[in-house]
Design a protein around this ligand. Structure first.
Ligand code: GDP
Length: 443
């Protein structure tokens, strides 16, 4: 997501930064390019126009042009405007109310509404709330069963299905059950349609009248570009939305729909769906997303993901080994596994500042996630002794490992070199006072 936009903007800014002094004409020229980049990324026209006007106005000010680093200043202005366009602060679910809180999910069929209902329910449950999900979709065959299946996977309760019951009655029953059984949150997955139509809107309004939701979240497929913007406009005119969830942010789209959502609906983007699995959902943080678009990386998300991926006892074990400056093949293997859990090389590279270019280089050299798996296979083909003492690997042993893992001796050598470099780095870290010292240095 956002890759081509990010590249285009990067080019514009590189040119700006390349000059010592900037004139108003330089800035206006750059902003024309920014505007084109936004439109190409599918940002809605009025949104792109307002954005560029705002940035231009702030950037042609004499303070900026006369400053020592005008290029940098313009980038900062663009960053701030991006953050504002995306919604300034990250917004959470408003469900800390007298229970049961009601969250109503709306959106078109296929937008990912049912999946998102289950993902959010799982998230809310992990925060210690008792959650009940109910599907009000009586149009699509098996929609209610789909939610029940997801409920089992997510270990979240679903309302028992009563054949033939209508949406409003299901909503009523869900609320009653929640009150009787002490649920904190009720998630209502409403019916979708292929297109926005009045019957759908009327049904949603009737349900909202009964359920009095604390949240009405619009689920939008970010891959649908301008269509997503139209859908959001339509829904926001008809129902009192409280927020938006953008799905398929893991996809390879231009991303402009995401950038338009806030301006079009006036409501915050609260979450982003980033995959099919039930844990593939992230709170939406405007400043981090802006950072990612401008190639400044998203270190905070990276660290958070790392914390999630690293099992606590793994981390402790690893820390105590590193404290002693030890780093063998088993350590390397668990590091590789963590990288895979964190979404692979691509996901990581996108989040590390300045890594966008390295990512491109990796892609060019075929350094992709298959390499992580190949490395794992090579380590898997080593004996216990070899893993603990890689220096044992002589030519004969290397051939055996290569054969066992379906790789070449060259590959094995590369792995050994990488291990060597990491082991040296670990020793250096130890000299600097261990992980704690490093953390202190990084602030
Ligand atoms: P609904 O008709 O709106 O309820 O849509 P579903 O929840 O049934 O989702 C439709 C398809 O999209 C399913 O195959 C989901 O696995 C998939 N999906 C949903 N959210 C995401 C997402 O964030 N990323 C990806 N890659 N797929 C998603």
């Amino acid at each position: 997501m956002f890759d081509s936009l990010s590249d285009r903007l990067g080019g514009v800014f590189d040119r700006l930064r390349g000059r010592g002094a900037l004139t108003e004409a330089d800035v206006r020229g750059a902003m024309r390019e920014v505007r084109i980049a936004l439109l190409e990324a599918d940002v809605a026209l009025p949104v792109a126009r307002a954005f560029v006007d705002k940035v231009t106005e702030a950037a042609v000010g004499q303070n900026v042009l006369r400053s020592v680093t005008p290029g940098q200043q313009v980038v900062k202005i663009v960053n701030d405007a991006l953050v504002e366009m995306l919604g300034s602060d990250s917004a959470d679910l408003d469900i800390d109310v007298t229970p049961p809180a009601v969250v109503m999910m709306v959106g078109l069929q296929g937008s990912g509404k049912t999946t998102t209902t289950a993902k959010l329910s799982r998230l809310v449950k992990k925060r210690g709330k008792k959650v009940l999900m109910a599907s009000l979709d009586v149009n699509r065959p098996a929609a209610q069963e789909q939610l029940a299946v997801l409920g089992t996977q997510a270990e979240v309760a679903t309302l028992p299905i009563v054949q033939g019951q209508q949406p409003v009655d299901i909503a009523r029953r869900a609320l009653q059950s929640a009150k009787l059984q002490g649920f904190d949150v009720v998630m209502l997955d409403t019916a979708g349609r292929l297109h926005v139509d009045q019957a759908l809107m009327d049904e949603m309004k009737a349900v909202a009248d009964i359920a009095k939701p604390n949240e009405i979240l619009l689920v939008v497929d970010s891959l649908t570009g301008q269509d997503a913007v139209n859908v959001a406009t339509n829904f926001s005119q008809q129902v009192p939305l409280t927020g938006v969830v953008l799905t398929r942010m893991d996809g390879d789209a231009r991303g402009g729909a995401a950038l338009s959502m806030r301006a079009v609906t006036g409501k915050p983007i609260k979450f982003a769906g980033v995959g099919e699995k039930l844990d593939a959902i992230e709170p939406f943080h405007p400043s981090r997303v802006a950072g990612r678009i401008l190639g400044m990386g998203d270190v905070v998300s990276l660290v958070e993901r790392a914390a999630e991926a690293i099992q606590a006892d793994d981390a402790e074990k690893m820390a105590s080994r590193l404290a002693k400056g030890q780093f063998d093949m088993n350590d390397l293997r668990s590091q590789l596994a963590q990288m895979r859990r964190m979404g692979g090389l691509g996901a990581l590279a996108g989040m590390i500042p300045g890594m966008k270019k390295a990512q491109a280089a990796m892609a060019a050299s075929n350094m992709d996630d298959r390499i992580l798996l190949r490395m794992d296979a090579m380590i898997g083909s080593m004996t216990v002794k070899e893993r603990a003492r890689p220096e044992l690997l002589n030519a004969k042993r290397k051939i055996r490992v290569a054969k066992g893992s379906g790789t070449t001796v060259q590959d094995v050598n590369k792995l050994l070199k990488m291990h060597q470099e990491m082991a040296t780095a670990m020793k250096r870290i130890k000299k600097m006072g261990g992980i704690k010292g490093l953390a202190a240095m990084l602030g």
